[in-house]
Design a protein around this ligand. Structure first.
Ligand SMILES: [Zn+2]
Length: 107
């Protein structure tokens, strides 16, 4: 996992605990220095989901088969797209995790 800066250091926020989160290398790479992205449904530019201050279940859900993350809100949809949360590497992995009974998370 990578220690990810929610607001990039280049934008002025530092390495305070409130601005750090663990992210897999793929998600961190897709996020880059982005802080906002366009909601594909409304076309409105939205801030990316902030796991420090927002609730995952308010903004996302799992698809019925447990393999894809569905954005439920403008923030959720923009984040799914910007971070490629259903990329061709992770969805096949989730399919295996579902068969193994490890996925989706039960919380
Ligand atoms: Zn990831």
């Amino acid at each position: 996992m990578h220690l990810e800066h929610i607001i990039p250091e280049a934008a002025g926020d530092g390495s305070t605990e409130e601005n750090l989160w663990l992210a897999c290398p793929l998600c961190n790479g897709y996020k880059g220095v982005q802080t906002h992205a366009v909601d594909p449904l409304t076309g409105v530019r939205m801030p990316l989901f902030n796991p420090r201050i927002q609730d995952w279940h308010e903004h996302f859900s799992w698809s019925a088969d447990g393999t894809e993350i569905i954005g439920k809100t403008p923030v959720g949809r923009a984040t799914v797209l910007a971070l490629h949360l259903n990329n061709p590497y992770v969805v096949p992995s989730r399919k295996i995790w579902v068969v193994a009974g490890w996925h989706p998370p039960k919380d």
